[in-house]
Design a protein around this ligand. Structure first.
Ligand code: GH3
Ligand code: MG
Ligand code: MG
Ligand code: MG
Ligand code: MG
Length: 315
């Protein structure tokens, strides 16, 4: 049987690999209850603790736990309300919630599950059952996280794909409009890549794209910046809070970094090694009034760079 990455990941999650321990948030207004659960789980998971609803919500934002064990009855805000708020927020809506409560009846359990919880456990708890249920939910969470990541990764190069770029561009465009902030993008196209394939073969072409993608990706330093494969031999870089001058500087660095790879390209008409052309556009540009038009304009600049003999930046 072929070992899929999910099998491999599940196996390491089961053995409780200390490298990347999953994060568990325990919420209960009684410190003694927290203590019991802490002792049950601290060997396998990274634990965060909260004794109130407000504290739980704030920890969810800052720590993004993989699972929450949530008490129902708490003085400031009950567990149902905490769960409702988590589910209403896109940042926290996919964190699974397991309720633990002393008041067990059908109506309460139904209410808990309707609020969006994945499980409902009554006190007094059976430690082995709680452990098994938590483990199952964390396994599902790890698998769904991994699938979600895969949806956004380009299979050939390992950098983010166009689907991810399009979603981020729309989100960042909206943010830039709301905050009246700057936003730039760079479209990058490998020069004479058809000739490269013709000369060295498609497999070498693939290797070349991987090298270029990794180099471009490694040039992106701020966590808000994004490098993605846009398709074929084209890449695109998203730079929030960056004006045209800043983006031109980044583009020039990218051009030079790809040259520094010194990938032989004997039949290129631009240089004896592989080069890229880049088109830069910023939200402040006269022609730009939408997320789509910033792309169109960057593409127009790329076209100019190609016409100037390639191995150029235009913006
Ligand atoms: P220009 O300088 O004008 O950009 O010339 P070009 O040859 O790079 O542009 P063109 O659009 O004519 O050709 C792009 C080539 O990129 C053709 C296509 O086979 C190749 N290509 C696209 N995706 C891949 C890929 O995943 N792997 C490989 N090896 N080649 C690819
Ligand atoms: Mg309580
Ligand atoms: Mg192209
Ligand atoms: Mg082309
Ligand atoms: Mg090209």
């Amino acid at each position: 049987m072929i070992n899929t990455p999910i099998d491999t990941f599940s196996a390491s999650a089961q053995t409780g690999s200390t490298m990347n321990r999953q994060r568990l948030l325990i919420v209960d207004d009684q410190p003694l209850n927290i203590q019991t659960l802490y002792e049950l789980f601290s060997a396998n998971y990274q634990i965060f603790m909260a004794t109130s609803g407000e504290q739980a919500l704030s920890l969810c934002q800052s720590k993004l736990p993989d699972l929450i064990i949530l008490d129902v009855e708490m003085p400031d805000m009950d567990g149902y309300e905490v769960c409702r708020r988590l589910k209403a927020d896109v940042h926290t809506s996919n964190i699974p919630v397991i309720f633990i409560t002393g008041h067990h009846n059908e109506a309460e359990e139904t209410k808990g599950l309707d609020t969006g919880a994945v499980d409902f456990i009554s006190k007094p708890i059976n430690p082995r059952i709680v452990h098994a249920r938590v483990k199952n939910q964390l396994m599902l969470k790890a698998q769904s996280d991994m699938l979600r990541d895969w949806v956004y990764i380009d299979g050939l190069t390992g950098v983010k794909n166009r689907r991810y770029f399009d979603e981020r561009l729309n989100a960042e465009w909206g943010r830039a409009i709301r905050h009246n902030s700057e936003l730039s993008i760079i479209i990058i196209d490998v020069d004479f890549f058809k000739l490269y394939n013709d000369c060295y073969g498609h497999l070498m072409g693939d290797d070349c794209l991987r090298l270029v993608a990794n180099k471009l990706n490694s040039c992106i330093n701020r966590s808000v910046d994004l490098m993605a494969r846009y398709g074929g031999e084209e890449f695109v870089c998203l730079l929030p809070d960056t004006n045209l001058a800043g983006a031109m500087t980044v583009a020039e660095q990218l051009r030079q970094e790809v040259i520094s790879l010194q990938i032989p390209h004997a039949v290129s008409k631009a240089a004896p090694f592989l080069t890229i052309s880049l088109g830069v556009c910023t939200k402040q540009s006269m022609m730009v009034d939408s997320a789509t038009s910033i792309l169109t304009q960057a593409d127009a600049e790329l076209y100019l760079a190609k016409n100037q003999g390639r191995n150029h930046v235009c913006g």
